[in-house]
Design a protein around this ligand. Structure first.
Ligand SMILES: O=P(O)(O)OC[C@H]1O[C@H](O)[C@H](O)[C@@H](O)[C@@H]1O
Length: 428
């Protein structure tokens, strides 16, 4: 990806960052890069994520999928065990990928009604193999397949850790499996089997995705001024230190909308530690110019707006019109209008002293998507290094899990008592 942070400079936006500050920060970026590079080489927990382009074996994935030629794939997983896979297939236009990454009974029932179960591949993904939502959905899907007369063991592939209930189930039923790479947190696993099985099953070029990731790896160098991923991470970090506690991530491409969900987990779960972290807001261009832009321009100056677009895209001409007020659109294209709105929004934010950064990729294809995922991960890891936080863990998510488990009789958890003791002040 290319990064243009001109609109994040103090010379453009009051809450921006000065060139001199970035020069000083670059020395810290260089030291952080040394730590990151060493962590990649040593496959240290978390940093191992940035070794995935070398470590992920497409052959393992394709072997596990041998004999499958599904009409549809349903990924039963949650968080990093679903978002990366959804991002890759949606970006690459691999039709037929559905995800069950919530336990909304209406949605699960709807999807099971809609799916051609006899020609659907069930892709169960859980690093721990113990995630309640994933296992509950899997049990429901398995029962639905049985009731439809489909032998579930012949239509299920599992991606999980080396041990745990899901690994035991896969072994017991001799299911094809892929491994979850050691030392790679779920939100950083898009460039592993966790993120690539559905794309492979639906005929996408996962090798090219990994090639893009490898180009991302090659792009890392000790300076933010020579490394797009570090330029983005360093500017996001510097802006947060100047009050930008929100990062609105706005791709101008429908195919990249799931990327925003993936980015939100990556940014929030990695950086939301010790009272720090930017709140990622998922938005979509041009649609959210008609909803959130008012806040970005005229609300609190507590934001970074990240604008992402492909430079090339398939296009659609806009026919001529005899409506005078709209005649300027005739002969234009939808892509031309989208690009004009991207640039106009970017300028309108700068004109309102709202720092924004432009990310661009050549086009939305397997290689560009792989490189984009990689470089956004590297940007996130740099922010974690500069912030001095634990980038790769997520202890805060465990409290709620224990409370829910206690409420369901899954053990004695003091967190469940806190739920019972809720302070109420109802208005009906
Ligand atoms: O892959 P699993 O072990 O099922 O975990 C799925 C997700 O749930 C956890 O609670 C974490 O918040 C996520 O980082 C993780 O991706």
């Amino acid at each position: 990806m290319d990064v243009d942070f001109g609109n994040a400079l103090a010379s453009v936006a009051v809450t921006g960052v000065s060139e001199a500050s970035l020069e000083r920060l670059d020395r810290r970026v260089g030291r952080a890069h040394e730590r990151i590079a060493a962590g990649i080489e040593d496959r240290t927990f978390g940093y191992a994520s940035l070794a995935l382009p070398e470590e992920t074996d497409p052959t393992e994935i394709r072997t596990a999928l041998e004999g499958f030629d599904p009409e549809a794939v349903v990924t039963v997983g949650i968080g990093g065990s679903a978002l990366g896979a959804k991002t890759v297939t949606e970006a690459l236009g691999c039709a037929g990928h559905h995800t069950l990454d919530n336990v909304d009974p209406v949605e699960t029932a709807r999807l099971l009604e809609e799916l051609p179960l006899e020609s659907t591949l069930v892709n169960v993904v859980s690093r721990s193999g113990t995630t309640a939502e994933t296992l509950s959905n899997f049990l429901v899907v398995r029962e639905a397949m049985t009731e439809a007369g489909v032998e579930w063991t012949e239509r299920t592939v599992v991606t999980t850790g080396d041990s745990g209930p899901l690994r035991d189930l896969a072994d017991r039923h001799d299911l094809p499996t892929c491994s979850v790479p050691e030392g790679v947190p779920g939100r950083f696993s898009a460039l592993s089997a966790v993120g690539l099985v559905p794309a492979a099953a639906l005929g996408c070029d996962i090798e090219a995705v990994l090639e893009g990731g490898a180009e991302g790896r090659q792009s890392l160098s000790p300076s933010l001024f020579e490394t797009p991923a570090y330029a983005y991470g360093a500017v996001a970090y510097a802006l947060e230190n100047r009050g930008a506690t929100t990062n609105a991530f706005v791709p101008y491409a429908e195919a990249l909308e799931p990327l925003s969900e993936w980015f939100a987990q990556l940014w929030a779960e990695s950086l939301g530690k010790d009272g720090l972290g930017q709140t990622p807001v998922r938005a979509l261009g041009a649609t959210d110019q008609h909803s959130q832009l008012q806040l970005y321009r005229a609300g609190r100056k507590d934001k970074l707006v990240t604008l992402l677009r492909p430079r090339e895209r398939e296009d659609v001409p806009i026919p001529d019109t005899d409506v005078d007020e709209l005649s300027y659109l005739g002969g234009e294209t939808l892509g031309g209008l989208l690009d004009a709105e991207f640039e106009a929004t970017e300028a309108s934010l700068a004109a309102a002293d709202q720092p924004n950064v432009r990310l661009e990729i050549d086009r939305i294809d397997a290689e560009s998507v792989g490189q984009l995922l990689y470089e956004l991960e590297a940007a996130c890891i740099l922010v974690g290094e500069l912030s001095g936080i634990e980038t790769f863990t997520q202890p805060a998510v465990e409290w709620g899990k224990r409370a829910a488990r206690g409420l369901l009789g899954g053990g004695e958890f003091e967190e469940a008592e806190a739920v019972e003791g809720k302070t109420s002040r109802r208005v009906e």
